[in-house]
Design a protein around this ligand. Structure first.
Ligand code: CP
Length: 336
């Protein structure tokens, strides 16, 4: 490892460009804005008759999802195809992982097939970071969600949705509601909102669903949904993550919905122009009423569309950051 590599954050190259996309933690506002601007330019590609640009022609993107996914996996696949990459999606449930092959061995084998990028979802927090530390130096790693830790492309597609519907972040009030404790989306959203200058970030949840250390995100915490929703411009609802929850953490789904469900009646507390977001999958009648999920305030399906553009931006920017890093290292080698 060179001294520069020792100092530089893992996900950036020596010029401060993205080379992996693992977390929004520590990424500067300029870089997040560049991702949003690049994604904005890619939205037009999705409206073309031939939805393709040649930016990743000749590159191989490998989707490796160790947890279930509908939106993230398919939109990464579409994003890579729209960039003209070759795409492999490994179905982990039918792969040799079930025969005991380790994560590292699985990835080593995919590297041997000359994969240029891995998009990884894993139940363990830190899995994407671990992989980025251990792959060949030319391979870019993109986090498609790791445990409770981070879901950075979801965070960025949420920011694109907010910016396109509500404009700049400074004067917005944004409420994030529900199962904050288990939510990697909440963590990525809070980091992105803070970095992009949002001054009123509210977190609304029952005490058992609040993690410790929320003060680092500069958020205001509300246990009363009716109080927290007052005059907000954006409501981000979260799914109750039963699969990550210890039994007895919540009394019942009915009680949760009564106190924290987003209903038509409760939406009257928010700004009249407020938007409603949800990363999906939605549990109708558990955290959100169908009339709200499908109603005039909802931009939930727009989030999915914007997700393709964000993933195109992250894939293309990370690949160019990797190529630029290789050139920098070659030039440094020639001078020595
Ligand atoms: N928002 C999200 O991550 O959805 P999937 O689990 O379907 O990918």
């Amino acid at each position: 490892m060179t001294p520069t590599e020792a100092k530089r954050p893992l996900q950036l190259n020596d010029n401060g460009q993205l080379r992996h996309f693992l977390s929004l933690d520590g990424l500067p506002r300029e870089l997040l804005t560049e991702i949003l601007d690049t994604a904005d330019s890619f939205l037009e590609v999705g409206a073309r008759a031939v939805k393709k640009v040649p930016l990743l022609r000749g590159k191989t993107v490998c989707n490796v999802f160790f947890e279930n996914s509908t939106r993230t996996r398919t939109t990464f696949e579409l994003a890579a195809k729209r960039l003209s990459a070759d795409v492999i999606t490994l179905n982990v449930s039918t792969s040799s992982t079930s025969k005991g092959e380790t994560l590292t061995d699985t990835l080593r084998n995919l590297e041997a097939m000359a994969a240029d990028m891995f998009v990884v979802r894993h139940a363990d927090s830190g899995a994407a970071h671990f992989i980025a530390e251990h792959v060949c130096p030319d391979v870019a790693v993109i986090n498609g969600g790791d445990g409770r830790h981070a879901h950075p492309t979801q965070g960025m597609l949420d920011m694109l949705t907010i910016r396109r519907h509500k404009g700049d972040f400074e004067n917005l009030s944004v409420a994030i509601v529900g199962d904050i404790l288990h939510s990697r989306v909440a963590r990525s959203d809070m980091l992105a909102l803070r970095t992009l200058g949002c001054r009123d970030i509210r977190v609304i949840a029952p005490r058992p669903l609040l993690p410790v250390g929320l003060e680092q995100y500069g958020v205001k915490v509300f246990n009363d949904m009716n109080e927290g929703l007052r005059d907000v411009d954006v409501v981000v609802m979260l799914r109750l993550q039963r699969e990550r929850m210890q039994s007895g953490l919540l009394p019942s789904e009915g009680e949760f919905y009564r106190l924290y469900g987003l209903t038509t009646e409760r939406m009257k507390l928010a700004s009249p122009e407020a938007i409603v977001m949800h990363p999906g999958p939605i549990n109708r009648g558990v955290e959100i009423e169908s009339a709200v999920a499908d109603g005039p305030h909802s931009v939930i399906l727009n989030q999915v569309t914007y997700g393709i553009a964000i993933r195109m931006a992250v894939l293309s920017m990370s690949m160019s950051g990797q190529v630029a890093q290789r050139q920098l290292e070659n030039e440094a080698g020639e001078q020595n």
